[in-house]
Design a binder for this molecule. Sequence first.
Ligand SMILES: *Cc1c(COP(=O)(O)O)cnc(C)c1O
Length: 458
Amino acid sequence: MNEISKPMSNLAAIDAAHHLHPFSDMGKLNAAGTRIIERAEGVFIYDSTGKKYLDAFAGLWCVNIGYGRREIADVVQRQMNELPYYNAFFGTTTPPATLLAQKIASRAGPKMNHVFFTNSGSEATDTWFRMARVYWKALGHPTKTRVIARRNGYHGSTVAGASLGGMKWMHEQGDLPIEGVAHIGQPYWYAEGGDLSPAEFGLKAARELEAKIDELGEENVAAFVAEPIQGAGGVIVPPETYWPEIARICKARNILLVSDEVICGFGRLGSWFGYQHFGVEPDLAPVAKGLSSGYLPIGGVIVSDRVAEVMLSELGDFNHGFTYSGHPVCAAAALENLRIIEEEGLVERVRDDIGPYFSEGWKSLTDHELVGEAVNIGLMGGLQITADKATRRRFAKPDDIGTAVRNHCLANGLVMRATGDRMLASPALTISRSEVDEIIETLRKGLDHLRDTREHFQ
Ligand SMILES: *Cc1c(COP(=O)(O)O)cnc(C)c1O
């Protein structure tokens, strides 16, 4: 039987007939058949054939507290019965939205005291993008509108999100980026560092920002955005010299620094926020994903006092918002999620216990002949596959390489993600030591499989 005539479950057939998936080639997907995930518990998901997988990716970087937490379901049910919806547009709020803003502010640092709610990370991107521009306009600098982002960054899939992101293959669809967005290079030492040391390269990559500001004119630049660690781009951990230099440049040139915390926020790096790990103070910080551990959709922008003061005193109406901004049920789920993270000490656990344990296992893979580097901070790991360790040479078709390893892992009950020739891990913050061992062992087998079949991939 060929792929297309393979019998599909009824649901897969319905899916093929009606459901368009995000970031997917629907022709290929329908031919192969969709995998149907039916239930989950802890770090494990189960598909409709009953096969069990360790989800080393926490859904999509988001299920920080793991699956199957009844506490969230109970809180959501109560909130649904009490008040399923009300808006925050016309001088009203709901208790969960207000309390969630307070809770986020309590962890975000002394100068980050306000939150604007959205339903996703992409909407958070669109929100800060407008905020940065209205901030400068309100201060009497209407030409400060341009935003600088990075190649291979990811900030969502709306028009502003895809424009600010540095994915060429996204720009090609929809005539992007929009005007007013510029990109600089990324701090990806392994691929682009050449003969420089990581520290030297980190400075060089950061100083591209300075050069870009000069090129555009400081009076025309509103903000710079970056993820503390690029997630979708391949878990690119920047050299230590990078972030302090970025912060220095933003300050010296008087442009807003936006730290995209959609992945790094809420404990993944062993800190509440990624900017805290790197010791920088952003002006705006979009969040989503781990805010509710994905149990319900919610995002937001954490706003520094510097920006909030202008919004509170100079701006007048901010003509922006979403029907579901601060949705009470989603906010209640997020509040309960943050309560669990606090009560179980998950941020500290990642910093002091399971993060270091994961790191040891992850880095042990560097003895493999195909592994160029294995880097992580907390429970966010990136592993670079190389055709030649000494020269950092890469296989000719990086996408095929990562896919081969990922598929081998999947067949052996492990969900990982691949970006090109990098393998990515981002498990729930609740993962146990033996489950970490399972990730490392299965990934090693995937790498062995690639080694044993490498003649197909030169
Ligand atoms: C996922 C992601 C987004 C977009 O969030 P959505 O909820 O998918 O819209 C933005 N920024 C980063 C860094 C992300 O990883």
